[in-house]
Design a protein around this ligand. Structure first.
Ligand code: ADP
Length: 177
């Protein structure tokens, strides 16, 4: 039994996963697990894909590497996919969304190649990540939040922080008399 929840933070690249996770880690004490970083640092990949400019992830190795830490609870699991994480690990899935113009500007400023930029914009427009989340987890633990403005970010962080507090109260170990 975990005493602190695990939250998957997902969405198309550029929607604000990292930024939200960093704020949430400060506010809630949950640990930010950047899957990109783990894949790179712990070698959970089968090489670099030139076409997509990303690592070819070795999912089994990644899950083995994360298992001990995640099973203890208290993780913000930050990645642009979510269907590989076992249901038993996950208490909440947050899918961040952004509108096309906003996402275009954010990805452009990262110097994404045009094809990669377009692919990500299409993915956002076609609801790929929210569908993946709904297909992979129980409907009641999946929430969709907008992340276009700093006001929205503030509201999102407040809302998730409140959820974490409530989850922690609801799942506190029963006191022995
Ligand atoms: P991701 O981790 O999903 O790829 P980032 O957290 O790196 O996205 O955010 C991409 C850029 O967009 C960053 O410069 C970040 O500051 C900005 N950003 C993300 N969400 C918001 C938001 N809600 N309001 C304003 N800027 C945002």
């Amino acid at each position: 039994m975990r005493t602190s929840p695990n939250i998957v933070i997902t969405g198309t690249p550029g929607v604000g996963k990292t930024t939200h996770c960093e704020l949430l880690a400060q506010r809630t004490g949950l640990r930010h697990l950047s899957i990109n970083q783990i894949v790179k640092d712990k070698g959970c990949h089968e090489g670099w894909d030139e076409e997509y400019s990303s690592w070819i992830v070795d999912e089994d190795r990644l899950l083995d590497t994360m298992e001990e830490e995640v099973e203890g609870g208290g993780c913000l699991i930050d990645w642009h996919a979510c269907d590989l994480f076992p249901k038993r690990w996950v208490d909440l899935v947050v899918v961040f969304r952004a509108n096309s113009a906003t996402l275009y500007d954010r990805l452009k400023s990262r110097n994404y190649a045009e094809a990669k930029l377009q692919e990500n914009l299409d993915s956002e427009l076609m609801d790929v990540l929210i569908q993946e989340a709904r297909d992979s987890y129980d409907e009641e633990i999946v929430i969709e939040l907008q992340s276009n403005t700093s006001e929205e970010m503030e509201e999102n962080v407040d809302r998730i922080e409140a959820w974490v507090k409530q989850w922690t109260l609801d799942n506190a170990p029963a006191k022995e008399n």
